[in-house]
Design a protein around this ligand. Structure first.
Ligand code: PGA
Length: 254
């Protein structure tokens, strides 16, 4: 009942020409795939090239971050309105690399999230624990605290445009993936938390993506889990063949 969603987070990779090339390849390899929503998140400087390369394709364009103000003296930031103008339908918010390296907090995640939703931008909100937190048995507490922070005062927002991504920090870019059991456990917890917060109807309609070293070889198993509705893919989204294989794996499990 939930259409799978596969998003490629390109991080700080691909200039304009490389973006056009990669999108061309992804379009070709996914031309006859249906029943899945696909999005790519190139760096800001490649959004214009991505828009042209996507043309009339149904692949969505996603930003890797978004600021909460519409405009103003915020050097280095991009507003939701600017992203809409650049043809983005989505923004990733609170990625662990932003939290770890750039001082993102639950409070700034909440501001970005609310502002994206009120501008009509879809939001992929990331949560996930570090290895230290997992080993100290703090995973559920950390994920719940991050959800509390992100979702504060969003009850009346445009919640059909919300996606939650569970990305255990220890699995990102490390080649280590959560086991099916670990992923399902946290995804189930996120869905239950959303149900308490926003009601059963919204919770059961919300897509929860897994992220962290998703590859063609492990995608089918993860995507078959009852509460895993797609993937946020980093490294493997930079290779058209791998990204397309993950997309196809999501459909087979429909
Ligand atoms: P990875 O990145 O697939 O390279 O682990 C995932 C992410 O950071 O979204």
């Amino acid at each position: 009942m939930r259409t799978p969603f596969i998003a490629g987070n390109w991080k700080m990779h691909k200039n304009s020409a490389e973006t056009a090339k990669l999108i061309g390849e992804i379009k070709k390899l996914t031309a006859n795939v249906s029943g899945v929503d696909i999005a790519v998140a190139p760096p800001f400087t490649s959004l214009a090239s991505a828009k042209i390369a996507l043309g009339s394709s149904s692949i969505g364009l996603c930003a890797q971050n978004v600021h909460w103000e519409e405009k103003g003296a915020f050097t280095g930031e991009i507003s939701p309105q600017m992203l809409l103008d650049a043809a983005c339908g989505w923004a990733i918010i609170g990625h662990s690399e932003r939290r770890q390296y750039f001082g993102e907090t639950d409070e700034t995640v909440n501001k970005r999230f609310r502002s994206a939703l009120s501008a009509g931008l879809g939001a992929i909100v990331c949560v996930g624990e570090t290895l230290e937190e997992r080993e100290a048995d703090k995973t559920s507490g950390v994920v719940e605290r991050q959800l509390d922070g992100a979702f504060q005062d969003t009850k009346d927002s445009n919640l059909e445009k919300v996606i939650v991504a569970y990305e255990p920090v220890w699995a990102i870019g490390t080649g280590r993936t959560a086991t099916a059991e670990q992923a399902q456990e946290v995804h189930g917890l996120i869905r239950a938390n959303l149900a308490l917060r926003l009601g059963e109807k919204v919770s059961s309609a919300t897509r929860i993506l897994y992220g962290g070293s998703v590859k063609p070889g492990n995608a089918a198993k993860l995507l078959a889990l009852p509460d895993v509705d797609g993937a946020l893919v980093g490294g493997a989204s930079l290779l058209a063949e791998d990204f397309s294989a993950i997309i196809r794996a999501s459909v087979k499990n429909e």
